[in-house]
Write a protein that binds this ligand. Structure first.
Ligand code: PLP
Length: 364
């Protein structure tokens, strides 16, 4: 099977596996004062220091969570009190949308980029707000102008939460210089295991923080619950490896796109700056689900816009927000993992061309 669904989960990186096995051998709870507890705490704090050094935050300003969904929910819960409005991008992940059901929606243009002129107008009218904008979109890979959004937010006294779940390890950023209030990360999107994530906080918001989960005072009282030590150790190791080996997937992604275009595909979001591992390919007239199944049968794992937990293909709010119309239901996402090879892409190209020719002939 050729695995081209990295935005759902990256393959585990070798250094993450080693770090996890080491941590699994450690008995003890990081909150315990005895020797084994202190050894477990060392693993936890080493992971915290490594992650904050890599992404640009103080170790005291990182809160470990169960993943990206919890980090997003925690940010929106913790930062919104006292602010008049919550504003989220139209193409945010469901983790953000579910945590802010009353939010005002910031539109995107036809290539999927957030409309900052509208954000400026809303902030000028509404005053202090909480704004949630993702760095990279999970379906299209489209990058939002986050540094500019952060500057705008600061100008109007608004707080910016950045969902960097898909961007981490794929594009360079530094949380401290970005000027956002908080930023969400997820382990299994950087090549660590599922079950760990983190929320980075700017020093000024770290002090006045409303937890979502109370309990034993872990994470400086900002997130109760015994941390998942092995997952966190794997997360930190994977992030370190990802940042130390910058992605060179662009040429492979471009080759996959060229082959798909030749077979009749339209690339959605192609005009915007994008992650170099992601492409969204629409085949006019062919349901996305049919394409995913046909490619699966040919040994290629890709996904349709957004898969919900039931395994059914949901309508993509991302592609609809971009004004893709009927193409929203006819697009698949190809997301190359960190270890993708030229041969993988060649096999995808062959399978895609064969699928398009066969299904389009049948549909005609
Ligand atoms: N945010 C984005 C942009 C995502 O792509 C995802 C997962 O796909 C999440 C948040 C949720 O992360 P997790 O699966 O770690 O809960």
């Amino acid at each position: 099977m050729i695995y081209l669904d990295a935005n759902a989960a990256e393959p585990l990186r070798p250094t993450a596996r080693i770090a996890m096995i080491e941590a699994l051998g450690q008995v003890g709870n990081p909150s315990s004062v005895h020797g084994p507890g202190r050894a477990a705490r060392r693993i936890l704090e080493n992971a915290r220091e490594s992650l904050t050094a890599n992404f640009g935050a103080r170790p005291t300003d990182l809160v470990f969570t169960s993943g990206g969904t919890e980090a997003d929910a925690l940010a929106l819960h913790a930062l919104s009190p006292g602010l008049r409005r919550v504003i989220i991008g139209a193409t945010e992940h469901d983790a953000v949308r579910a945590a802010a059901p009353e939010a005002a929606i910031l539109p995107v243009d036809s290539s999927g980029v957030a409309d900052l002129a509208t954000l400026e107008a809303i902030l000028a009218e509404e005053g202090p707000a909480l704004v949630a904008l993702m760095l990279a979109n999970n379906e299209t890979g489209v990058l939002h102008p986050i540094a500019e959004a952060a500057r705008l937010c600061r100008r109007f006294g608004a707080l910016l939460h950045v969902d960097a779940v898909q961007a981490a390890g794929r594009v360079a950023f530094n949380f401290a210089t970005l000027g956002a209030a908080s930023l969400a990360l997820s382990s299994h999107k950087v090549g660590g295991p599922a079950g760990a994530g983190a929320l980075l906080l700017a020093p000024e918001v770290a002090e006045h923080f409303r937890p979502l989960i109370g309990g034993g005072g872990q994470e400086r009282g900002r997130r109760g619950g015994t941390p998942a030590l092995a997952a966190i150790a794997g997360f930190a190791a994977a992030a370190h490896e990802a940042l130390a080996t910058p992605s060179a997937l662009g040429p492979l992604r471009d080759a996959a796109e060229l082959a798909a275009r030749t077979a009749g595909a339209v690339v959605l979001g192609a005009d915007a700056p994008r992650l170099d591992n992601t492409t969204t390919l629409a085949l006019p007239g062919l349901k996305a689900e049919t394409q995913v199944i046909a490619l699966d049968l040919a040994g290629i794992a890709v996904s349709a816009g957004a898969a919900c937990s039931s395994g059914k293909v949901a309508e993509s709010h991302v592609l609809k927000a971009m004004g893709a119309g009927a193409l929203a239901g006819q697009a698949i996402r190809v997301s190359l993992p960190w270890n993708a090879s030229e041969e993988d892409v060649q096999r995808f190209a062959t399978a895609y061309a064969e699928m398009a020719a066969r299904l389009l002939r049948r549909a005609a």
